[in-house]
Ligand binder design. Structure first.
Ligand code: ATP
Length: 300
């Protein structure tokens, strides 16, 4: 086999509840993930050495050395197999970089699946999930896809069967936001306000809405504890969210650490119309209609 192509989805957090800052610098999270139909492609080609090329928009912000998460994933897989392997990775990026949609994690998951196949390792998903958890807290979900509840740092995952399909519009901003800076701003705001931060818990109403495929109920229950911090760092997002709400979105939320804004809508037609309106109003760089849940990293 000389080349393997894997398609891997972005995610939106329909609930992201952030617990108090722990002594080790992390936070306990409740993270309800939904995989959505914005896909990166990771192509693994036979090669003597390990390298990566990135194609598409925003490519200048993606490292092409060992800082690239897809390269780290390929190296981790080779270590796990106890051998030295080479691969030329090509990433076709559609997921915004530093956009709060887990694009880097998606590429890492894509590289794991593609190299497992290219190198003929035949490792089962459970092994890939273990390697994924060491690479980053969102990587296991990028492998799994669908809908899942993450706890701990987000890496302990329980699948959540859901009914139906949810339609979204993702308003992609100019430039990214650093996840680390958004968490730091969240801690700073909480400290300034003297907030007592509760232990994060999954919202029963939200899980029920997801299970039933009830978009209206889900829209009312969307939670993102990082949203105040993302808005504090990027004030313009308030107008983006407000525009989507005024145009009839069932729910409007910053996606993960932002700056992408996610709008839940009733159907495909409303998604198409809202995407056009958001761009026309000049509140984002591009707007992408999508749906979820979709499968995790898959060979095409
Ligand atoms: P999350 O939602 O998981 O917090 P994000 O979607 O906000 O993450 P990413 O797109 O994963 O952010 O990128 C975060 C940083 O990771 C980028 O600024 C980039 O320097 C680095 N990075 C490393 N590898 C990749 C990759 N393959 N694709 C994108 N960014 C990568």
């Amino acid at each position: 086999m000389s080349s393997v192509t894997v398609r891997v989805p972005a995610k939106v957090n329909v609930q992201l509840s952030v617990g108090p800052l722990r002594d080790d610098g992390y936070h306990d999270l409740v993270n309800v993930f939904l995989a959505v139909s914005v896909f990166d492609e990771v192509i693994a080609k036979e090669s003597e050495t390990v390298s990566v090329k990135v194609e598409g928009e925003w490519t200048d912000q993606v490292p092409v050395d060992d800082g690239n998460l897809a390269i780290q994933a390929a190296r981790a897989l080779a270590r796990h197999a106890g051998r030295t392997y080479g691969v030329e990775l090509v990433i076709r990026k559609a997921i915004p970089v530093a956009g709060g949609m887990a694009g880097g994690s998606a590429d890492a998951a894509g590289a794991l699946v593609a190299c497992n196949e290219l190198w003929g390792l035949g490792l089962p998903r459970e092994d890939l999930m273990e390697i994924a958890a060491d690479l980053g807290s969102d990587v296991p979900f990028s492998l799994l896809g669908g809908t899942a509840v993450g706890t701990g740092r987000g890496e302990q995952l329980a699948e959540l069967p859901t009914d139906g399909r949810f339609h979204w519009v993702f308003a992609i901003a100019d430039g990214g936001l650093s996840t680390a800076k958004v968490y730091a701003e969240c801690d700073r705001l909480r400290e300034t306000r003297g907030e007592q931060v509760p232990w994060p818990q999954a919202s029963e109403a939200l899980l029920t809405a997801l299970k039933k495929g009830d978009a209206r109920a889900l829209g009312a229950e969307l939670v993102n504890d990082l949203q105040p911090a993302a808005l504090s760092l990027r004030g313009s997002l308030a107008r983006t969210l407000g525009t989507g709400q005024a145009r009839g979105a069932l729910g409007a939320i910053v996606s993960g650490s932002g700056p992408t804004c996610a709008f839940l809508v009733a159907d495909e037609e409303q998604a198409r119309q809202l995407a056009v309106a958001l761009v026309e109003e000049g509140v984002c760089r591009t707007a992408v209609p999508a749906y979820g849940p979709v499968a995790g990293a898959s060979i095409v």
